[in-house]
Design a protein around this ligand. Sequence first.
Ligand code: SF4
Length: 462
Amino acid sequence: MGCMWLRRILLRPTSLPLQKPPMAALLTPATLQNPVSSPFLKPSTPSLTPLASSHRRLLSTAASCSPPRSLVSVDETSFDSGGERSGITNRSSKVLLKGMRYDELEKWVQSHGYRPGQALMLWKRIYGNGIWAHHSDQLEGLNKDFKKMLSESAEFKALALKQVITAADGTRKILFTLEDGLVIETVVIPSVASDSRSRNTVCVSSQVGCAMNCQFCYTGRMGLRRNLTAAEIVEQAVFARSLFTSEVGDITNVVFMGMGEPLQNIDNVLKAADIMLHDQGLYFSPRKVTVSTSGLVPQMRRFLKESNCALAVSLNATTDEVRNWIMPINRKYKLDLLLQTLREELRFKSNYKVLFEYVMLAGINDSIEDAKRLADLVQGIPCKINLLSFNPHSGSQFRPTSEEKMVEFRNLLAELGCRVFLRSSRGDDQMAACGQLGNPDVVQAPLLRVPEQFKMAVEVSA
Ligand code: SF4
């Protein structure tokens, strides 16, 4: 779910910055405001990508067309698919340490003739103690033979750091190259509060691209290339801590809202979340790890049964007609089914609230009637609602709702008894904000036919 790591804001009467500053021109090393001096970042970082040019590739608007052949199909029949990888070993058949839960690591260590205590020492050095070991040489205090076995049989890294880009508000976008050469993006959003409410968030990707084809999302233009392995997901959080803890403080929150629909890759996402929660490792609190979904109902049911982590549902519409268009997953799992499933499943969870994300699109989903319908739809579901400003990107056919209208919408929801917040964008000047991740390239997923009654609103924004 590419999206929603947005801070709570107090809207001023006139100036929510809904208009985006111009996109960055060519990035040079000098523009990296906080160059990273980490052992992970090789001095020979590939030449920096001219984001502006790639993001400005033109899309035809409002045209139906066939899905490009090189992408996993993005029509509604493909929502349950995804390229699978085992994720336990890499191409040279070495075991990926970050692809194992603690009990799996312990068994693997024992199978090589070593004690469980050595597994724990290894785990602590990979995931904490300020070490975040990415090589057997960094395993101080471990038995020499054990280190030799690890250097021969295990791989510490699943990602190669490619580039770090810092936005004007301090948000960092990190680009990683995967073993097969594909690139993913991770975002670190430093807290704006300096007191005890301070929370630094890492937004991790769960797939390369996304099959869901939400019409307001830049990542959706990519189509789905493949699922990420658990190791590739976990390592994004490890990198965030190792690179930025000294600059911004502890990374306290994880949101699965980067590239991809996390619940389409549910096995690896559940595993990655388990690894992130382990109390001898990264030790995130379950309620500070949020997994987002566009509405894959069966997987959402499974997630709520199997995980204590928080759930965010990207809603974005109050009628099936609009949601079928802007979030085609709705053609398979309608609003009623989605919300009824939440009503049922949340009865079995105590002290648990789902977070509804609602990206406001001018003239599409921001009317007074929408606000009233939204309040009705969430009746009986313990929840909070985040209203998000739309972040434009190249080829997008929508406009953000005005600040005044967002306030009006928020106030009406609050009057109707909803717990509702306005969120501002972070990192949008570097395409690091909600719905702006990825690089769709020249081959892109199709834009869907615009329903007749919204053609005017879309034409205004074109
Ligand atoms: S296309 Fe939809 S589900 Fe996929 S990343 Fe974008 S908003 Fe999330």
